[in-house]
Design a protein around this ligand. Structure first.
Ligand code: HEM
Length: 137
């Protein structure tokens, strides 16, 4: 079980690397004016989302489900955690929508909006890790 938990945490870190960096790229993308930097941001965003962030999300969930359903680790803390993970998956998919807006030069939001958007996963990370490690209920 400890190997599964180690892989769960490794892919969680991978997922969060993308969740923290992609919205930051969106901030700079809105500020970029020349075509060369815009095309570079599109390439970086696509590789990050499909090459790192989405595989990280899928494998975090696979190993998390393995811990839960395979080893029977559960509790009220896990139900609260799953609700927050559901919100996080929603945020991830929203990033995918924004990615295609940028790809088609259809973004209408400001860099200030993306700076606030960028902060949201921090709150989820803090809450989920406390639930998973401390198990307060
Ligand atoms: C569907 C998604 C997920 C499921 C089903 C799930 C389930 C689990 C389970 C059953 C454990 C074992 C707890 C134990 O042995 O004490 C665990 C550990 C852990 N999970 Fe998740 N998890 C999921 C997503 C996440 C996410 C998104 C994060 C990070 C934000 C996360 C962070 C952790 C951490 C840090 C541990 C280690 C806790 C410890 O060893 O004390 N998990 N997870």
């Amino acid at each position: 079980m400890l190997w599964v938990k180690a892989l769960h945490i490794i892919f969680m870190v991978t997922w969060f690397a993308g969740l923290f960096y992609l919205p930051r790229l969106f901030v700079y993308h809105t500020l970029g004016k020349d075509a060369a930097s815009t095309e570079r941001f599109k390439l970086m965003e696509r590789k990050l989302y499909y090459g790192i962030m989405t595989p990280g999300a899928l494998l975090t969930v696979v190993f998390g489900l393995w811990l839960w359903l395979g080893y029977g680790v559960t509790g009220a803390w896990l139900h609260a955690k799953l609700a927050l993970v559901g919100v996080l998956i929603g945020y991830h998919l929203w990033c995918g929508r924004l990615l295609s807006d940028f790809k088609d030069d259809r973004n209408t939001r400001s860099h200030v909006w993306y700076r606030w958007f960028n902060e949201f996963p921090v709150a989820i990370l803090i809450a989920v890790v406390i639930l998973a490690v401390v198990k307060p209920f």
